[in-house]
Design a binder for this molecule. Structure first.
Ligand code: ZN
Length: 144
């Protein structure tokens, strides 16, 4: 009998952004208290562990720390790039509009690369919570 299970850990950070294309509030500079639930699927070792939660934290935190208290800036947003350039303010420029949907795919790519060296991990599922009432989810598995 082959069984699999999922374990998850949640990560929190603060980040500013704006959606230049948006026709109402989201075009303004604002921020969110983001939460990312990182869920991995796989099988347990002889100690009954898929992965140590501490190891999950150590693997994921560099990706979170890079974004914490930054302004996430769409590379097409010339207005913000002009303001941020040389300002000394923490910002990260990405080649996409900073919607929750694009952001969860960004994390999926980053974290998939980090988790693939661990053969016991067969799938990765992410839930990116932008507000208390809205989220985007994405997943990837070894089979696809
Ligand atoms: Zn927003």
């Amino acid at each position: 009998m082959k069984r699999s299970l999922r374990i998850a850990r949640e990560f929190h950070w603060e980040m500013g952004h704006r959606l230049p294309f948006h026709e109402s509030g989201c075009a303004n500079i604002h921020g969110h208290s983001y939460r990312l639930r990182v869920e991995i699927e796989g099988s347990c070792d002889e100690n009954g562990m898929l992965m140590d939660y501490g190891d999950m934290k150590r693997l994921v935190m560099p990706v979170i720390d890079r974004l914490d208290h930054c302004f996430l800036c769409d590379d097409n947003d010339e207005l913000m790039k002009g303001f941020l350039s040389g300002s000394g303010l923490k910002h990260v420029i990405v080649p996409f509009t900073t919607t929750a949907e694009n952001l969860v795919f960004y994390f999926l790519d980053e974290l998939w690369n980090i988790f693939t060296p661990y053969p016991q991990v067969t799938a990765l599922r992410l839930r990116l919570q932008e507000t208390e009432i809205s989220y985007a989810e994405a997943e990837r598995s070894r089979e696809s």
